[in-house]
Design a protein around this ligand. Structure first.
Ligand code: CDP
Length: 276
């Protein structure tokens, strides 16, 4: 009896298989991606400022499934002293992924990827921060990715940028970014892991100083044609404008809340603020 049932199950699975093997469309005829987004849409972004009381500035961000926390300390004494510069503050950026942030356990030891992301991100912030105002000091930025689904280096930069502003560190502008790329011939913004793994995938994280549109980080995994690059750049810059607006909104919300908390008639304690 059990064998008959098993045979019947196998038969029905065989019947189903051509359907399940149907090619999934990365962007369907209605212009929607597999997760329902349009090509120019980012995943939902939620930013909370001031979440680590011991830090000079901090921020927690959710960008789709990505969850990132950033804490900033400084400008403070640069140790060991031989690493200090008499001309400017040294920007130190530490990007880490929690062992539980990816489906396969991530080795807690910093790998080449963590080192690379930390380096390029520090260089991006060196262009934003008025480092020359703080010689012989260090500005330490720590970013921890708690959950991930592609686009974490950009999510981390976005979080760190808000944490720096929360720490009161003078900057030319906030650093804001997005990843843009290609999946199945379509140029799309903010690729998720599935899209990043498309056979023809291109992934291009880009971060800018939104007011001057100066590019402070640009990496590319794969190759674009000239036409694709122009389209990608346009989509990325438009998406970054929204990210920048959310960053500013989150910061404003925190300081509006703390101002009203200072007034005697409103005594309720505010532990940070969030914006989405
Ligand atoms: O996160 P981002 O897109 O900036 O960097 P990536 O090197 O292109 O990694 C893409 C995604 O791969 C990450 O966001 C993680 O979800 C995943 N990943 C992983 O599963 N295991 C790792 N050791 C590193 C990344």
């Amino acid at each position: 009896m059990a064998i008959k049932k098993k045979e019947e199950k196998e038969k029905t699975e065989k019947k189903k298989s051509p359907k399940s093997e149907e090619k999934l469309e990365y962007v369907n005829k209605q212009g929607k991606r597999l997760d329902g987004r349009t090509v120019e849409e980012t995943r939902p972004i939620k930013i909370t400022v001031g979440v680590v009381p011991s830090a000079d500035g901090s921020c927690y961000l959710e960008w789709g499934q990505n969850k990132v926390i950033a804490a900033v300390y400084g400008p403070r004494e640069c140790l060991p002293k031989h690493t200090a510069s008499p001309y400017k503050a040294v920007v130190r950026y530490t990007y880490r992924m929690a062992t539980f942030s990816v489906p396969d356990r991530k080795n807690p030891r910093p790998g080449r990827r963590d080192v690379e992301i930390s380096k390029v991100s520090a260089e991006a912030f060196e262009k934003a921060i008025f480092t020359e105002k703080f010689p012989n000091t260090a500005i330490d930025i720590f970013v921890e990715v708690l959950d991930s689904n592609a686009g974490t280096r950009i999510a981390a930069l976005t979080t760190a940028s808000v944490a720096l502003a929360d720490a009161g560190i003078p900057m030319r502008d906030l650093v804001a970014g997005v990843a843009v790329g290609r999946a199945d011939g379509h140029i799309i913004v903010d690729l998720n892991k599935y899209e990043e793994d498309a056979p023809d995938a291109v992934d291009m994280p880009i971060a800018i100083l939104p007011n001057s549109e100066e590019i402070v980080l640009l990496q590319m995994d794969g190759l674009f044609s000239k036409k694709e690059w122009q389209q990608a750049r346009q989509l990325a810059f438009a998406a970054i404008k929204n990210v920048h607006a959310l960053q500013k909104q989150a910061l404003l919300k925190k300081y509006e809340n703390s101002e009203s908390a200072e007034k005697p008639e409103k005594t309720e304690k505010t532990n940070g603020s969030d914006v989405q």
